[in-house]
Design a protein around this ligand. Structure first.
Ligand SMILES: N=CN[C@@H](CCC(=O)O)C(=O)O
Ligand SMILES: [Zn+2]
Length: 385
């Protein structure tokens, strides 16, 4: 079993919750990685010998990001939709059909190649764990194909047949398909089921429809996630809490009742902010402060997708969280690491502690503040494994 000693860090940001802000920063620390796990953490001066040594030369080391919400597998181009939105057009989910048509046309190898390129771009920005949803197939074969291909690169795969009702399709017929044969074909390749619960979009799903999709997914052995409260006030948050979903994502429009519900169910449901979406759609940013101050569990993710946010850059999401969501740097970093892990119900990632996975990012900066301070800079200079 080969061991690697990582040493000469300016800061080891463990995110282990041991200090006031939760970042658990250790100066003058070293760590040893053995067999893809953290085997030892301690003072640099007390570090035992290891097979190899990596000297990070005064850089900052932190847990790799956990991007708990992406739509990384798709084909086609919707840049024109983005351009139109920047001159005032609103987002309503209608463009999803454009991606669906292109994704159905693409071969497995074409989708694999697109996915690999996007994964590389996510990794160079520090993400080691990446959830990937289907939802651009919306027929049995393409949904199952998307999930099969996504499974080749991550265990965190999510069935999102209930993304929108495809064009020229009867709602009831489509729901029967999603909760019946499509679910049966997709469940073997998925860990999660998700639904775009959004009565403010004519293309997405109502509360009752969403409940039906989630309950069917659960009966097929999948755990639950929800796209909720993205385009206006709505039932997504309440439904996620009622059904014990692991995460409700977007949370752009939250009523006091939603905030109370999320605070009450913080041990099972994480509210995931996706501020790249507000950046790319001109929706207002969510009131993260109120939710955090109420005690809810929060995560930050990229939502990388062709419609509302074509970015997998977690450092940029942290910068938006600090600048626009008024989160402290510590809150934003924790939301992008342990928060993402909680949103995926994983306790083996998101923090640097003995026994956890050695998913570690090296920042070309002397302290964690630089992650928010140096905007858009390529600071991640290394990622293990
Ligand atoms: N809101 C629903 N789904 C995606 C966007 C999908 C698209 O427009 O292609 C999201 O999370 O924002
Ligand atoms: Zn999404």
């Amino acid at each position: 079993m080969a061991s690697t000693l990582i040493t000469s860090m300016s800061q080891l940001v463990t995110c282990d919750g041991t200090d006031d802000d939760g970042l658990g920063i250790r100066p003058d620390a070293a760590l040893i990685v053995e067999d893809e796990r953290i085997a030892w953490i301690g003072a640099r001066s007390a570090a035992p010998a290891a097979d190899t040594q990596v000297d990070v030369d005064g850089r900052c080391v932190l847990p790799a990001f956990v991007d708990s919400h992406t739509h990384l597998i798709f084909a086609g181009d919707r840049s024109a939709e983005f351009t139109a939105r920047m001159s005032g057009q609103a987002y309503d989910g209608g463009g999803i059909d454009v991606t669906v048509a292109a994704t159905r046309e693409a071969s497995d190898d074409e989708l694999r190649e697109l996915l690999q390129l996007r994964l590389t771009r996510a990794r160079v920005q520090g993400s080691a764990t990446i959830e990937i949803k289907s939802g651009y197939g919306l027929d049995i074969d393409t949904e199952a194909r998307m999930l099969r291909l996504a499974r080749e690169v991550t265990d965190e795969t999510t069935f999102l047949g209930a993304h929108v009702v495809p064009a020229n399709t009867d709602r009831r017929d489509y729901l029967d398909e999603v909760t019946g044969p499509m679910l049966a074909a997709c469940a073997p390749h998925a860990r999660w089921v998700d639904v775009f619960c959004e009565p403010n979009s004519p293309h997405a799903f109502t509360e009752d429809e969403s409940r039906e999709v989630l309950q069917a997914g659960r009966a097929a052995g999948l755990d639950l996630r929800v796209h909720g409260n993205q385009l206006g006030y709505g039932p997504g948050v309440q439904l996620a809490c009622e059904l014990g979903a692991a995460s409700v994502d977007h949370c752009t429009y939250l009523s006091q009742r939603d905030i109370d519900a999320l605070a009450d169910c913080k041990d099972q449901t994480t509210a995931t902010f996706l501020p790249g979406v507000e950046f790319s759609t001109h929706e207002p940013y969510p009131d993260a402060r109120r939710l955090i101050d109420a005690g809810a569990s929060v995560a930050l993710a990229s939502d990388c997708n062709p419609g509302t946010c074509y970015s997998s850059a977690m450092p940029f999401m942290i910068q938006l969280a600090v600048r626009e969501l008024k989160m402290t740097i510590a809150e934003a970093v924790l939301a992008a690491t342990v928060g993402g892990a909680r949103a995926l119900r994983r306790d083996d990632i998101g923090r640097i502690a003995v026994g956890r996975r050695a998913h570690v990012a090296v920042l070309d900066a002397p302290s964690i503040e630089h992650l928010a301070y140096q905007i858009g800079m390529p600071l991640v200079s290394g990622l293990t494994p």
